[in-house]
Design a binder for this molecule. Sequence first.
Ligand code: ATP
Ligand code: MG
Length: 646
Amino acid sequence: MNARAAGLLAALDDEQREVATHFSSPVIVLAGAGTGKTRAMTHRIAYGIATEVFPATQVLALTFTAKAAGEMRARLRSLGVPAVQARTFHSAALRQLRFFWDRFATGDFPRIIENKTGVLASVMQELGIEVSRELTRDVAAEIEFAAASLLGIADYATKAQARDLPGDLGVEDMVRIAEAYSEAKTRGRLLDFEDVLLVLDGVLAEYPAIAAEIRQQYRHFVVDEFQDVSPLQFDLLSRWLGPRENLCVVGDPAQTIYSFAGADASLLEALPSTLPSATTIRLVRNYRSTQSIVTTANSLLRHTSRTALSLRTDNPEGRPPRMTEYPTDEAEALGVVQAITAEVRAGRRPRDIAVLFRTNGQSPAYEQALTGAGIPYVLRGGERFFARKEVKEAVLMLRAARAAAGARPLPEIVAEVLVSAGFARTPPPPGASRQRWESLKALVDLAETHQAASELPVPLEDFLADLADRAEHQFAPDIEGVTLASFHAAKGLEWDSVHLVGLSEGLLPISYAQTPRAIAEERRLFYVALTRAGTDLSLSWSLARHESKQKPRAASRFLAELGRVESGPGSGRRPSATVTTNRCRVCGRVLVSQVDRSLGRCANCPGEVDLALLDQLRRWRARVGLEQGLPPYLVLTDTSLSAIAE
Ligand code: ATP
Ligand code: MG
């Protein structure tokens, strides 16, 4: 074994090493969050290349979100293998479809629609169905489900009898909509996300020459997050493979979060019998999180399925996760950003912190609060870096400067050229121009990283070639900032400090999750979110959107499933509180926590409150800068108690 290969293996534990070196049969890795599945997989690719099992260009690494694909490319680059195709199923399929389009079709390549709802809404209107945003969204999800599950209209009609259909729609309505939608796409020469996979799947089945060329190109497949594979994706993967078995898949059934869109964890669970020649490897240790985060995650895991394997770690105990209840969304955003400010002051880099939420609509409050605090942030799932106007302009300017650059150091040239695009050494005051500056700064930083990694001066052309390569792979440079992301977009990623916000009923579980299946998926989503944290985990929720007479929201039911966690704004010095499912003595509502067991009353219930506590609460609100008007309801919880104790 060469030194490079030995170095790669030295960074793995025994089970991971098995994943990286076993090439004689397919490998299935079944393991919990943070156990190094992705790490073992990327090392397998690097090891296979280092030992000449396959060249980098013959590997296709597949995953589910563009972020996860970007993360995988970043890890592969850091292992010194930049040339591997790491893509989402969708992007790999789209690329192949474009490439071979002229071989099986006539006319221009169809337009790809990223979102079905526009076309669907007009189709539904034509059918005389009253359209609302929610209904269209739910119908879109249903159509995605049918396509991803490989259900033709007839099969769907049978299956739909047992499904909870959108709004008041019946099976016949859904069938009519699906047919009309399909016709509308044909008329408009449109392909939606699932069509890209479906069409390619069909082409591979019907055009053996094309299938052979693709199989010639890709000889080794790895799939991350396999628990979220849909029957459609599985079918496509099987066609890519053909009769070969050069496959490694990794996954964790407890992290299935796309079954609403047709993902089917049973494909992973059944894989050892579907692929009898495969070797199944289990990874056992969580490397990502502290004991106390792992313990919290395990508590939730116990509620997901009886067979879920709990996590264990050799990491230090660490601080207990902290729970904080806020009166309003605004107070929550301010409180969370205050905590983040303290972390940054204490020396944590913003990029090591994330704020995660259930719906993207929760993001603006945090964007605003972070801007107010002067802390940079990066929106995950936002506009793609290389699609940003200022980045496109900057790349053009750098290209035009190819000749004038001379022999000066790369970072100097890049900074100088970008000054005229609006780059300055110091950040602008918080406001709209911030993103522009951050994009340009990221390019300058990237130039510095390039130069630092090379002993010889890096020519501008090399830098431009790297930028082109990155743009092609949507591989954004690191931008310094706190990550704001939805729970879904955070899948597979990790940060030292994670703030899970908005954990109240209606948001988590989301209001439209009504069936036990849907609730179970929300719980798994929460599990995915919790397990992103390395050392610090904070959970918060608020009782109302605004300080108004709105009916207060309840804290998420899942919080009661977390076992012992620490509560309250404060310094983490307070003893842990046991979060139990107490019931309000008056209305019987489940309380996540309550301060005064003798009071035992929830926010919904009228009645007297302890005036001494009320007074303390007022003083606390003044101290932490909350306005003086108390909400029309008052919740006396462990959280409030620890917050107001002086
Ligand atoms: P998820 O289920 O969330 O996708 P995962 O199983 O893919 O998690 P990784 O992201 O690969 O886990 O690893 C989690 C963290 O643990 C990473 O920071 C990784 O570098 C680290 N890690 C994994 N294995 C080891 C190891 N053998 N030694 C040191 N660190 C490790
Ligand atoms: Mg992973």
